[in-house]
Design a protein around this ligand. Structure first.
Ligand SMILES: [Zn+2]
Ligand SMILES: [Zn+2]
Length: 722
C-alpha cells in the first residue's frame, strides 16, 4: 500500500476519495488504487479517567487532590475502538501517512495523537484544506508538506487539552466536595469549573447583578418645534460642557434646569449657527466569521449558537459552504478570480442580490495578508439541495455576506443644523439617501429612509420657536445577555479589562475559547444548571451565582484564561516550550486548590462528624447506592474506611460487613487454587454469596450451599437474551 490518508471525519474522507480516483468502499476505509482513505470521528482517543492511573481515585476525596498524571495515558473512546483497529491495520501496510485533520490546531492533534498512540514513526505528510470543493482539494493535494512542520500546532492543542483536564478535573472535584461538605448542594450535584466556562459564567453573573442593583434615574430632554422660512423641524437641546444639572454621561438630570431651558426658549427667535451636509459612505460588512454568523442567526431567527455551528458544519460537510470554525472574515486575493462563476451559481440558486451583483467590484474583503488559517465563511458554488428551513436561513446569511461584497458602498448625505436660541444650543439632523448600494439587497429599515430637514437652510437664517417642551425619560439598565451577545462578549473580552497590556493579549487571542468551542461552553453552562434561557435571554441561576462568587479570582477572571490562550498561540508559533507551559499549569492547579480550601459558600453548615471517630465525614454518591457518608480516617476504624447510609442528610446506621459462615471451598475459577468463603448479606438475612480469597475473582451466587455462577456472568446472559 502506498499512502494512507487519515481524515478528521468520514464525510471529508469520502470527499477526498472521490477525487483521488475510483473509490472502493471497505470496512472503515475506502481503497483508491494503491492508496487508502480512512477517518476519525473527531477525537478517537481520550485521556483515561483518574481511576485509570489508580483505582482508588475513582472516589472523590479532597485528600487525593491534585491528580496530576506523571505519564499521560490515552485510550480509545468506547465507540471508537473498531475504527482505531482499522487504522492500526492500515498503518502496518503504509509507506506514507497523510494527516488530513481539519485545518486548525485541534484537527492537527486529532490525527497526530492517534499516530503517536499507534507508534507510527514513518513518513508523514499534511493535507491542509480550507474548502472541500474539488478545485481546492486538488490544489492542496499538489502542495502537501511535511507533517513535522506542524508539531508546534499539535503541541498547542495538546497543552490546551491537558490544562483543561488538570484545572477542570481537580477544581471541579475540590469545589464539589466542599459544596457537599458544607451542605449547600445535593450529593448528586456537580459544581463544575473550567478554564473557559467559569469566566464566561462570571461575565453573565456580573451583568445580572448589575441589572438587579440598577436604580433607574430620571433625565430630561428639552426640544423645540422650530420654524424656518422653508418649513418646520424638531431640534433637540444640546448640552454644553460644565453645565449645571448634567450627570457623567452628559444627561440632564435636573428637572428644574430643564424647565429653565424651556422657559428661556418659549416664544423666542434665534439663528442658524451652522448647517453642514456630509457625504457618508458605508462599505459592505465583511464576509461572516462563525461569531458574526451566530450573532446574526440569533438576532434574526433566535437560533442558538450551537445550532448555528451545527448547521454551518453540516453545510460545510456537504460542500455547500467553506470551513465554518473561523475567526477571520477576510478572503484570499486569488479567490477574487472565482467571483464571476460563483455569483452566477448563487443567482441560479435564487440567492437575494446575486443576479444584480457586479463581479468586477472589489471590496476590502480580499486581503491575503489578513487571512490566517481560514478565510471568511462563503458559499463554494456547489448548488445546495435538500436544505431544511433553518439550513436555508443560514445558507442565505452566508451567501448574502458574500454577495454584498459586489455592491457599491451605501451612500447618503448626513445633514446637521445647529440653532442658537434662548441662550441654548439646539441640534437637528437629517439624511438623504444617495445610493442604497449593498443595503439595497436587504429589507429597507429606518436607516435607509430619507429623513428630511427644510430645504435650503443656511448659516445666519432666522428661526422661530413655535413650541418648547421637555421629555421625561428614565435611564435603563444594561440588557441581559442573549446567546448572540454572550458569544460577542467572549470574542471581545478585552472590554472587561482596563490594563492596556491585557487588552492587547485578549485581542490577539481573539477572546476566550475558540470559535469552535464557544457555543459548546454555553451549552455546558445551561446543562449544569448555572444558566437558564428565558425567551432569548440567558440568565444566571442561584446555583451559578453561588459558584462564581465562591471560586478564587484566577478561576473566573478573563485575564487568566486570556493569558493562557495567548501563551498557546505563542506555542503554536514555536515561541514557548510545551514542557515549560505544562509545569506552570501544574503549579497553578496546586495554588488554586490551596485557595479553594478557604471557600465558604453562603449558608454553609458546619461539617458532619463521624459518629465513631469524630472526624469530618464526606457526603458521597454513587449510581448504585445513591447518597452515603464516608469516613476516610482509617486509624479510627481498625484500618478501614467507614461508610454510613444517608438518612435525610445525616449519617444513618452503619453498614455492618457481611458475616462469614461455614467452611471454605476451593475456588472453581480455572487455575486459582485459592479458597472461597460463604458470606451472609448484612442487608438481607438468609441471603448468601461466595467470595474468593483472590479479590480479582468474581463474586458467585450461592446454590444449595455451594458456589454457583458469578453474578456478572448471569447479568450478562440476561442482557444477551434481550
Ligand atoms: Zn470515622
Ligand atoms: Zn479464585
Amino acid at each position: 500500500m502506498n499512502r494512507v490518508f487519515i481524515a478528521e471525519k468520514p464525510s471529508m474522507g469520502r470527499a477526498l476519495a472521490a477525487i483521488l480516483g475510483r473509490p472502493v468502499p471497505k470496512e472503515g476505509y475506502i481503497a483508491v488504487g494503491d492508496d487508502a482513505v480512512t477517518w476519525c470521528f473527531g477525537h478517537l482517543l481520550e485521556a483515561v479517567p483518574p481511576e485509570g492511573y489508580d483505582p482508588e481515585l475513582k472516589i472523590w476525596r479532597r485528600e487525593s487532590l491534585p491528580i496530576i498524571p506523571n505519564t499521560w495515558k490515552m485510550e480509545a473512546r468506547k465507540d471508537a475502538k473498531g475504527q482505531v483497529k482499522v487504522i492500526r491495520e492500515l498503518l502496518r501496510q503504509a509507506s506514507t501517512v497523510v494527516n488530513f485533520g481539519d485545518p486548525e490546531r485541534e484537527g492537527q492533534l486529532i490525527v497526530d495523537e492517534l499516530l503517536q498512540h499507534l507508534a507510527w514513526k514513518g513518513h508523514t505528510l499534511r493535507l491542509w484544506l480550507n474548502s472541500t470543493d474539488e478545485k481546492s482539494i486538488r490544489k492542496a493535494l499538489a502542495s502537501m508538506s511535511d507533517n513535522a512542520n506542524y508539531v508546534n500546532l499539535s503541541h498547542a492543542a495538546l497543552a490546551r487539552s491537558r490544562s483543561d483536564w488538570l484545572v477542570g478535573l481537580n477544581l471541579t472535584r475540590a469545589l464539589t466536595l466542599i459544596g457537599r461538605s458544607q451542605g449547600v448542594i445535593p450529593s448528586g450535584q456537580v459544581l463544575s469549573v473550567g478554564r473557559v466556562q467559569t469566566p464566561v459564567l462570571h461575565i453573565v453573573v456580573m451583568r445580572d447583578e448589575e441589572i438587579e442593583r440598577f436604580v433607574p434615574r430620571d433625565f430630561f430632554i428639552p426640544y423645540i418645534q422650530a420654524a424656518h422660512k422653508n418649513g418646520e423641524f424638531k431640534a433637540k437641546w444640546y448640552p454644553q460642557e460644565n453645565m449645571e444639572g448634567l450627570d457623567s454621561d452628559n444627561r440632564l438630570v435636573s428637572e428644574k434646569v430643564a424647565k429653565e431651558i424651556v422657559d428661556a426658549a418659549t416664544g423666542r427667535s434665534g439663528v442658524v449657527t451652522s448647517m453642514e451636509s456630509k457625504l457618508q459612505k458605508k462599505e459592505p460588512p465583511l464576509p461572516h466569521t462563525l461569531g458574526s454568523l451566530q450573532a446574526a442567526a440569533d438576532s434574526q431567527y433566535g437560533l442558538s449558537a450551537q445550532a448555528t455551528l451545527d448547521i454551518a458544519q453540516s453545510l460545510y460537510e456537504r460542500q455547500f459552504t467553506s470551513y465554518p470554525r473561523t475567526d477571520c472574515p477576510y478572503l484570499k486575493e486569488e479567490q477574487f478570480a472565482d467571483a464571476e462563476e460563483l455569483l452566477k451559481s448563487l443567482a441560479e440558486a435564487g440567492c437575494r442580490g446575486a443576479e444584480n451583483a457586479n463581479h468586477e467590484l472589489r471590496s476590502g474583503a480580499w486581503n491575503s495578508a489578513k487571512v490566517e488559517a481560514h478565510h471568511g465563511i462563503i458559499p463554494t458554488g456547489v448548488k445546495p439541495s435538500g436544505l431544511k428551513p433553518d439550513e436555508e436561513r443560514i445558507y442565505a446569511l452566508i451567501a448574502e455576506g458574500y454577495i454584498c461584497q459586489f455592491y457599491p458602498p451605501y451612500q447618503y448625505m448626513a445633514h446637521t443644523v445647529v440653532v442658537d436660541l434662548g441662550g441654548n444650543v439646539w441640534k437637528a439632523s437629517g439624511r438623504s439617501v444617495v445610493d442604497l448600494g449593498w443595503r439595497g439587497i436587504f429589507t429597507a429599515d429606518d436607516e435607509t429612509k430619507d429623513l428630511l430637514l427644510p430645504a435650503g437652510m443656511a448659516k445666519g437664517d432666522p428661526i422661530e420657536c413655535l413650541k418648547a417642551e421637555y421629555e421625561a425619560k428614565k435611564t435603563t439598565p444594561p440588557a441581559r445577555y442573549t446567546e448572540g451577545t454572550l458569544l460577542d462578549a467572549m470574542q471581545h473580552v478585552d472590554r472587561f479589562v482596563t490594563d492596556p497590556r491585557m487588552k492587547k493579549y485578549l485581542k490577539d487571542a481573539k477572546g476566550i475559547g475558540t470559535s469552535a468551542t464557544q457555543a459548546g461552553i454555553i451549552e455546558t453552562l445551561k446543562g449544569r444548571g448555572f444558566l437558564s434561557r428565558k425567551g432569548k435571554q440567558l440568565v444566571s441561576t442561584a446555583l451559578g451565582r453561588m459558584l462564581v462568587n465562591a471560586v478564587p479570582l484566577p478561576l473566573k477572571d478573563v485575564q487568566t484564561t486570556a493569558i493562557w490562550e495567548a501563551l498557546l498561540s505563542k506555542m503554536a508559533s514555536g515561541d514557548i516550550a510545551f514542557e515549560a507551559f505544562m509545569s506552570e499549569q501544574e503549579r497553578l492547579v496546586r495554588s488554586l486548590l490551596q485557595q479553594t480550601e478557604l471557600v465558604k459558600f453562603p449558608g454553609a453548615k458546619p461539617p458532619t462528624l463521624c459518629p465513631e471517630c469524630g472526624q469530618a465525614l464526606q457526603l458521597m454518591s454513587s449510581k448504585k447506592s445513591g447518597a452515603y457518608w464516608a469516613c476516610f480516617n482509617k486509624a479510627g476504624h481498625n484500618g478501614s474506611n467507614a461508610y454510613y447510609p444517608d438518612d435525610n442528610g445525616r449519617p444513618g446506621k452503619k453498614r455492618e460487613p457481611a458475616v462469614a459462615t461455614g467452611p471454605m471451598i476451593p475456588c472453581p475459577e480455572p487455575g486459582c487454587g485459592k479458597n472461597m468463603r460463604r458470606l451472609e448479606s448484612s442487608k438481607k438475612a438468609g441471603c448468601f454469596f461466595w467470595v474468593c480469597e483472590n479479590k480479582a475473582h468474581p463474586i458467585r451466587k450461592d446454590v444449595e450451599g455451594r458456589p454457583g455462577d458469578p453474578f456478572e456472568a448471569s447479568l450478562k446472559a440476561k442482557r444477551g437474551k434481550k
